[in-house]
Every structure is written in C-alpha cells, then in structure tokens.
Design a protein around this ligand. Sequence first.
Ligand code: XMP
Length: 331
Amino acid sequence: DWIMRDHIEEAVQKIREQVRDEEVILGLSGGVDSSVAAALIHRAIGDQLTCVFVDHGLLRLHEGDMVMDMFAGKLHAKVIRVDASELFLGQLAGVTDPEKKRKIIGGLFVDVFKAEAAKLKGDGAKGAKWLAQGTIYPDVIESGGAKSKKAVTIKSHHNVGGLPEQLGLKLLEPLRDLFKDEVRELGVALGLPHDMVYRHPFPGPGLGVRILGEVKKEYADLLRRADAIFIEELRSTIDHNSGKSWYDLTSQAFTVFLPVKSVGVMGDGRTYDYVVALRAVQTSDFMTADWAELPYALLKKVSSRIINEVRGINRVTYDVSSKPPATIEWE
Ligand code: XMP
C-alpha cells in the first residue's frame, strides 16, 4: 500500500543520509527484527551492507540454509556465514547448568561476531564504520525501563548490548521507532516471505535451552527433526472456526529434548530411546502464558510421525504447564 511505500522511501532516505558512502555491518540471526533491518538497509545502500550470520549449530532444521537462500540468494545481499558449531558444541561439552549454558553461548556469540566485525572494520579508510541492529521500540523501552531492574534474574538473556562501543562503530537502528506489528508489515512490503516475517520468536541460545542438561550434537540432530515435524503439522492444520492454522493460533510452539530414555515397543522388538516434550503456548506479552489447547487429532498425528520418523525417540509428551509458575522455555 501507499502508506507503507512512503514509509519505506522515507526510511531509505534517512539511512542514506546517515551512512553516506560508508560501510555497515549487521548481525543476522534469522529472526524477524534483524531480517527486516537487513532487508531495509540493503534496499537503501546495497553492497555497502555486509551481514554476518553466526551459525552456532543450535538452529532449527535447515534454518542456516534458509537464511542464506533468502539473503544471499534472493536479495543478493552480502552475507558472511560463520559456521561456529564445533566451537559452540566444544565449549558446551559437559556443561549441564542452564545459566552456565546461557552464559557460554552468549559469550561465544559475542566473541565470534566481534572477530568477524574486526576483520570487516580493518583499519583502512574502506573498513566498516557502522554496526546496524534490529532494535525495535519495545527493546528501547525495556532497556531503560523497569524490567532491567528486576531483583531476581530468572534467565540471563542473550543480547549484544554495548557492542558498538566496544567495536568503535557507530550505531544504525532503523527500526527503533517501530512496534513489532509495524516491523512485520514493513518486512512483507520489502518482499520478505510472510512465513519468515510472522514466525514465532526463537531464543538467542537456540536449541541450547531446549536440550535439557548437556548439549550434544546427537541430541540437537534428533530434536531438529522432531521439531520440524511439529511445526509442519501446526502450519498445515487449520482450525475451522477461525480459518487460521494452529501455527498462527499459537504464540510459540516447539519441541524440547529430554535426555532420559524410556522403554517402548516397535514391531516385535523392544526399544529404549529418548523422550521429547511438545510445548505450545498462547500469550500476548510472553510474561504470562497459557498452554495451548491443541486438538487431540493434531497431537496424535505429531506424536505418531515423530516416533515413526525419528529413530531414537520413542515417546512424545505434551507440556500442560502455564507461565507462571513454569516458564515458556524449559531452561
Ligand atoms: P521464558 O522461558 O522466560 O521466555 O518464559 C519468555 C520469552 O523469551 C524468549 N527467550 C529468549 N529470547 N534470548 C532471547 O532472545 C534469550 O536468551 C531468551 N530466553 C528466552 C522465550 O523463547 C520466550 O519467547
């Protein structure tokens, strides 16, 4: 529509005026905000933008390839994919404490990103001068507001505050005045696929907080396949009252890997394999949440597909805990 086109034109002009002929670096995560920021900045300055996509090995099935296809393939943006999965998995080996895991993943993420940014910055006149971030208006309020003063840290969130100063780069935040809905509309208007722009949130530490206890590649591989089945069925199951898919009717849905084994039977054999839990919630603010009353037929299909298709998992459970007292993620 016209209003959105004017918005884009205005935002593009503003970015060009700010950046002029200088180079910009952006950390692409595959999430909505950094994706929309990347698409907008790319629209404004093309190859003056370099996106850095750090793959920590804890992404969902095919997620890294999808990010590359979209940004490098379709938008023709410059994207550096850093495959750091061995580094992350190596540092996580033997670590079971959720807060320690979060700190390791967040710390490594910053280190890897900084090393890439330092290369792009170089010291010549042509090096990058700007760091772009997909900060949106609610993040601006949150970082100055009451939430950061909370007495008890339930979970230390993974973020990259302070990076521009540490890197000696100027900060470019073209989404700072926008609410999430506006960011989504902008993303669609910029040509990003609807499914990417209307995705559920995904935590920075990724599958690292959805594999309980020690993170192992074997667990991550099983979890990715099980989770992909759950999401596929949520997307393809339409609720006839609303005409919406169960993916759109839930605020967040995912699979959790439980590193315990239980006995099962398959054919005439005994199995002794891992358990996963399905989690699906409805919430308006993610501070409180209700577990979603998914149709039994959907749960049944997801369960039987996971058990039949993912060798190594023989039991599927459904999490019926609300927040509070449970949290949305299990770690
Ligand atoms: P909890 O589990 O605390 O999660 O109920 C609330 C929301 O926050 C997301 N989450 C994170 N997002 N970095 C993020 O960017 C993180 O470290 C992180 N931890 C949790 C979670 O997915 C849910 O949407």
